[in-house]
Structures are given as structure tokens and as C-alpha cells.
Design a binder for this molecule. Structure first.
Ligand code: FBP
Length: 568
């Protein structure tokens, strides 16, 4: 293995010498990082040949259409668009475009930017692409960098969002909207691209509506980003980053399985990222076959209490003990806590209290909790109480990444097993090992799928802007087919919207796509989980492959949801 090389020494294969990247002198790339720069994402054939942008039928909203129509009078009802072979009416005029990362990282984000950049270079010569620094705050404070070929080059096919960084700021108040208007006017922007999750794309829609209501020329296009996989609809089969994050977590779960089996004495309780929906947990279960995977949506649908979940886990541990297995692997999503009906109720009450009251040690605020919620709050271990009271994120969400549900479950299972032991119903030695696999999965090298998907998303974003569209999220579908056959277009953001209670008020939000309990991935899991619980059917998928026979494999969720034939 050759030593890490300075980026100034990066091999320049497909770029001219003058495009050698400019990074900080301290930035060095290892052999693999440099090698990934050479991956050239293939484009779907529709994007390589002459195409036309065609409108589909008018759309409505995901929920409360009347409210959404009132809130977005200039955008509501817009048709989806798709690209079909034909002669383009789009003129090759140059564009000024700004792009921003919003929210948590998701592998592939840099390729969205390179896709937009390459489109502008190839089809809208003379265009300028600006990157807003530090997320939406960069739009409001007009902090930007002009994205050139030199600057973009070292980020091709690399993980992270560090080319321009990100944040969770919301552009919402009249003052913030005004600041955004001033920025787009100052830079004379034709287009603004928001690469984000459900909350960020809600923001994109608010901005698009605001600009259009003021007859401003700036169009706004969103891109579906989030490892959580909960920003999707018929035309947007998955958000980018999900594929990579699940493969990284699955490798780590597989390793924990081998550890459990080797030592024969630990139960690994692994909490996985996924703030609300349990798509990541479900996908990782399908990839690795743990003894238990707790799917939040099912817990809510079946009205499971914390006690029920504890007993379910303890029962399996006891049965495994009888079979001679004093070890196992249990996975759960970080959003689980918010699905347990009694905790959900407590969180809803705490949200209202945090929005309107002073929450201090004196504890007067606790008087506002209803009886059952107060009892539950007092019952929870002190660290969990404190974690539930942490400040909400700027979009009003509980910061579930900071709530150590895995530790709470270990404590509860331990107590349950101790009681069983006293009754002679359990003879094992339970040792729970808590893990949280979160941030480390959000910043890895994008899989070939995410690298290619993101590049296509970026490219189609350029097309949507060039053809005068606004208030759309770019979409790339038919993802189980070879890249050549992928289809592309744009979906109105208003068609994904509903109204929800946030920060103690009703707000328009993109409706999260939760795990469908009747969907193919869940059905597959439900049909296999009893077998996985007692027998060791562990699969250790190993690290992500970038070349070789499995390099282009797609995650189970997308394959199953799109109806592809799939062998386990
Ligand atoms: P996005 O929805 O913004 O993509 O973020 C998803 C996520 O990674 C969640 O899985 C996690 O709960 C959260 O971000 C963590 O947020 P933060 O980065 O603010 O700690």
C-alpha cells in the first residue's frame, strides 16, 4: 500500500492539469480516496440523447389539500414533469444557480453538486454555480463560494458535505425570507437548489412560493436527501444516502454478530439512526438477520407499551438460553421511543411545555403533565429524562439521536430477567452491550448506487431549472433497472405536503413516508423473524464493494418496494 498522498499530487486522469484541486495544505487523500475520484457516474440514456420535458396531470397534496392550497396558492396543483425522448425546447442560455446542503449528511451529496455543475458546463455554457456555505444560514447571510471545476474535483464520489457544509436552519420568518430574497437578488440567481430531507424540502417549497408570489425570477428545486429513507413517493423511490448508510451499519451489525457468537456472552443492543421512520432498521434486518429488530411503526400500530417490548425481548432471551445461546443481537431505531404510544404522548406534552414554559429544576412545569405521562416521566431513568428535555431542533423535532433508548431497554430487560431468575424461570447470565450506530454511517463513501443516483439527480436538477420549473423535487426512478434505463423528472413539492403540529403550532410539512406494515419489506421481515429469533441465521455482509460482482447491488428495500424479484 502506498503512503497517503497530498491532494496536490492527486493523479489527474480525466481533467486538465490546470484543474488540479485546491484544498488546504493539510488535506491529504489516501489511495482509495484518490481512486474514487476516477469513478465516472454513468448517466441514464434519456439524459445522453435529445429529450423533451413534458407535463403530467395536475396534482393535489398528501393531506389537507385545502389548507395546502391556501398556503401555496402559486404552486398548488402543479403537474409532475418527466423527460421523454424528443427535441428539446430548452434553449442553451446560461444560468446563475445557488446550491445548499440542508440538514444531516447523507452519502452522495457532493455528487448532486457535481451533477448540477456538469450539466451547466455541458448544456448551459457560461453558467455560474454558487455554493452557500454552512447550510441555509449561508443563504440568509449571503455567505457563498463560487464553485469551479478545481474546487469541485476533489469531492467527486467522496462522502460528507464538507465542500460547503450544512446546517439545520429554517428560512421561515418574514425577516429570514427577506434576507433570502436579498441574497438571490444580489447574486441575480435564476435558480436555487436545496439538497435536503423532508423539513428542508418544505423550506424549499416555502421559498419557491415566496419568490413566485413576488414575481421574482429565482426558481427553487429540491433534491431528496436523507439516510432515514422517509422522503419518498411514487416518483421518488428513495432518498439518497439510505443505500450507503444501511450498508455501513449492516457491516457493523454483522461484525457484532460475529463477536456475539465468538464470545457467547453478550447481547448487543444496537440503536440505528432514523429519527422517525424505521426504514434503516428494517433494511439492516433484511441484510443481517438479527435475533430481534424492533420496528417503531409496528410498535405504534399494535399499541405496544415499554413493558410489552421488554417482555418480548426477555422471552426470546429465555428461549435462546434453553437452546444454549446466551448471546444475541437486537436492533432498534432511534425513533422507537417516539412510537411507543405512552412515550409519544409524554413527548407531545413535553413539546407543548417546552414551547411555552420555563423548564427548570424547581419542576413546577411537571404539574402540566397529565397523570399517566407524569408517572412515566418519573419512572424513566434520570439520563433519559434529561435527554427527553433537550432543546428541539429548529424544525421542532425531538433530538432522538441523543436519547439512549438502547441503554434504557438493557436496564429494563435486566430487571425483568432478574425477576425471572428469582422465580427460577431464567438461568442465564445476561450482559447487554449498548451501541449507537449513527453519525459514522452518514459520511462514508457513497456506494456506486448512491454515487450514480446523486449524479443523475444533480443533472436532472439542472434540466428542471433550465426549463423554467420551480417548486419541484427532482426525481429519478426505475432504479432496479440498469442506470441506462433510469427515468427522470420532477415532482411538485406541494403534492408531498400535509399539515402537522410543530413547536406548538400547525405548520405545512412534507409528509414523512413511514414503514408500510403491509409493504413488501415488512412482510418479508415478518415472515422470517421468528426463525431469526431462535436460530442463528446471521449474515455478515462485509464492507461496501465498489468493484466486482456485488458492487452495483441495491438495498433490499428499494428492490422489494419496486417489486423486483429478490433472493434471500
Ligand atoms: P436529515 O433528515 O436532515 O437527513 O437527518 C437525518 C439524521 O441523520 C437522523 O437520522 C438523525 O436523527 C439526525 O439526522 C441527527 O441530527 P443531528 O445531525 O442534528 O445530530
Amino acid at each position: 500500500m502506498s503512503p497517503a498522498i497530498a491532494t496536490n499530487d492527486l493523479p489527474v486522469t480525466q481533467y486538465e492539469e490546470s484543474l488540479i484541486p485546491i484544498l488546504l495544505p493539510s488535506d491529504i487523500y489516501g489511495e482509495f480516496q484518490s481512486n474514487r475520484l476516477n469513478h465516472t457516474p454513468p448517466l441514464p440514456s434519456i439524459l445522453k440523447n435529445p429529450f423533451r420535458v413534458v407535463d403530467g396531470p395536475a396534482t393535489t397534496a398528501a393531506g389537507n389539500p385545502n389548507e395546502i392550497a391556501k398556503l401555496f396558492p402559486n404552486l398548488y396543483g402543479q403537474p409532475s414533469v418527466s423527460l421523454v425522448p424528443g427535441h428539446s425546447e430548452v434553449k442553451g442560455q446560461s444560468l446563475k444557480v445557488g446550491v445548499v446542503f440542508s440538514g444531516g449528511q447523507a452519502p452522495g451529496g457532493h455528487n448532486v453538486i457535481t451533477g448540477i455543475f456538469d450539466y451547466l458546463q455541458e448544456r448551459a455554457r457560461g453558467s455560474t454555480l454558487y455554493g452557500f456555505k454552512g447550510g441555509p444560514a449561508g443563504i440568509m447571510s449571503c455567505k457563498y463560494v463560487k464553485l469551479t471545476a478545481e474546487l469541485i474535483y476533489p469531492y467527486r464520489n467522496q462522502g460528507g458535505f464538507h465542500m460547503i457544509c450544512s446546517s439545520r436552519d429554517k428560512i421561515e420568518t418574514p425577516e429570514q425570507l427577506k434576507q433570502a430574497e436579498e441574497t438571490v437578488k444580489k447574486l441575480d440567481l435564476d435558480g436555487l437548489v436545496i439538497i435536503g430531507g423532508d423539513d428542508s424540502n418544505t423550506n424549499a417549497c416555502v421559498l419557491a412560493e415566496n419568490f413566485r408570489s413576488k414575481n421574482m425570477k429565482t426558481q427553487v428545486i429540491g433534491c431528496p436527501k436523507t439516510i432515514d429513507g422517509d422522503l419518498k413517493c411514487k416518483e421518488v423511490p428513495i432518498s439518497f444516502g439510505f443505500d450507503t448508510a444501511c450498508k455501513i451499519y449492516s457491516e457493523m451489525i454483522g461484525n457484532a454478530m460475529i463477536d456475539a457468537r465468538s464470545t457467547g456472552k453478550y447481547y448487543h443492543f444496537i440503536r440505528l439512526m432514523g429519527r422517525a421512520a424505521s426504514h434503516i432498521t428494517l433494511e439492516c434486518a433484511l441484510q443481517t438477520h438479527p435475533n430481534i429488530a424492533i420496528i417503531g411503526e409496528e410498535v405504534a400500530a399494535k399499541n405496544r407499551t415499554m413493558k410489552n417490548i421488554t417482555i418480548y425481548i426477555a422471552d426470546i432471551i429465555c428461549k435462546r438460553m434453553e437452546l444454549g445461546f446466551n448471546y444475541g443481537v437486537i436492533i432498534l431505531s432511534e425513533g422507537l421511543i417516539d412510537f411507543i404510544p405512552e412515550v409519544k404522548q409524554l413527548i407531545a406534552e413535553l413539546n407543548e411545555i417546552l414551547a411555552h414554559d420555563v423548564v427548570d429544576e424547581a419542576g413546577m412545569w411537571k404539574g402540566k403533565l397529565r397523570g399517566q405521562s407524569r408517572e412515566l416521566f418519573e419512572f424513566l431513568p434520570r439520563p433519559i429524562q434529561e435527554q427527553l428535555l433537550l432543546e428541539r431542533d429548529p424544525h421542532g423535532n425531538v433530538q432522538v439521536a441523543k436519547i439512549e433508548t438502547e441503554k434504557m431497554l438493557i436496564q429494563m430487560v435486566e430487571t425483568e430477567l432478574d425477576q425471572r431468575k428469582q422465580r427460577g424461570a431464567y438461568k442465564g447470565q445476561f450482559q447487554g452491550k449498548p451501541h449507537f450506530f449513527g453519525y459514522e454511517g452518514r459520511c462514508g463513501f457513497p456506494t456506486n448506487f448512491d454515487a450514480n443516483y446523486c449524479y443523475a439527480l444533480g443533472y436532472v436538477t439542472g434540466i428542471l431549472l433550465h426549463s423554467g420549473k420551480t417548486g419541484l423535487i427532482s426525481s429519478v426512478s426505475n432504479l432496479t433497472a440498469p442506470v441506462d434505463e433510469w427515468t427522470v423528472g420532477g415532482t411538485p413539492l406541494t403534492s408531498l405536503m400535509d399539515v402537522e403540529r410543530r413547536h406548538g403550532k400547525f405548520k405545512p410539512v412534507i409528509k414523512k413516508a413511514m414503514v408500510d406494515l403491509e409493504g413488501a419489506p415488512m412482510k418479508k421481515f415478518a415472515s422470517l423473524r421468528d426463525d431469526w429469533a431462535l436460530k442463528n441465521r446471521y449474515i455478515s455482509p462485509g464492507p461496501i464493494q465498489f468493484v466486482g460482482p456485488f458492487a452495483n447491488d441495491i438495498n433490499h428495500t428499494v428492490m422489494l418496494e419496486l417489486g423486483a424479484q429478490f433472493l434471500f
